[in-house]
Design a protein. Sequence first.
Length: 246
Amino acid sequence: MTTMTMTGAAVALQGISRVYGRGPAAVRAVDDVTLQFPRGGWTAVMGPSGSGKSTLLHCAAGLERVDSGRVLIGDTDITAAGDSQLTSLRRTRIGFVFQSFNLIGSLTAEQNVALPLRLAGRRPSRAEVRATLDTVGLADRARHKPRELSGGQQQRVAIARAMVTRPEVLFADEPTGALDSRAARTVLDLLRAMADAGQSIVMVTHDPGAAARADSVVFLGDGRVVDQLTGASTRAVADRLATWER
Ligand SMILES: Nc1ncnc2c1ncn2[C@@H]1O[C@H](COP(=O)(O)OP(=O)(O)OP(=O)(O)O)[C@@H](O)[C@H]1O
């Protein structure tokens, strides 16, 4: 059963913890985090390696279960959802983009983009899929396989695939981490345009320049929120990161 609670946020984390292992070897990857990701806002999550960024993102997106606390997507408490409800919620209300694109190599760009609709039991129209590819500037690459596309183009196909179901929240784990700076800029421009159009985005990144394109930046340290900046420049983000990494 899912329950309804009004928070007004795109995603709300209420005292969530995720622990790996047991006893003295246990790692509190996410340690009692309470945080709201605003609707229609783009939030970057930063922090040193091992600070819990990916774990936090996976828990927020319902890819991983929390050990305690609650995760709300919109007004739906996903921690109370059963496995099949969670699968259906992930397919319809959440988009996820990975550093390594994770496209299916044997499928064309348009077949990759159509996949989430097929998994949701729909027969996607070519026009719908092409329109989504068009929004990422790749309508002319619809018949190309991933190996025939540049890294930046593959990531844009992955974003189109994540967006084709019109998810409430787009989660991105290091979306520019495998790209050169020019391709990274194109992807960040795309995310900026999506956020300006009202898309809620939560992005993990190591890159202060990427984080500065977001509306706000959350800093994690040892699984906890240690700081938050809004409207920060690349310099401000880098300086803050250096403080925590020192
Ligand atoms: N499946 C797992 N089993 C055991 N420990 C894990 C697992 N996944 C992550 N951890 C541990 O949890 C902590 C947080 O890991 P996480 O990957 O979330 O950090 P991160 O900030 O995303 O790191 P990075 O920037 O290096 O990707 C680390 O100490 C990590 O070793």
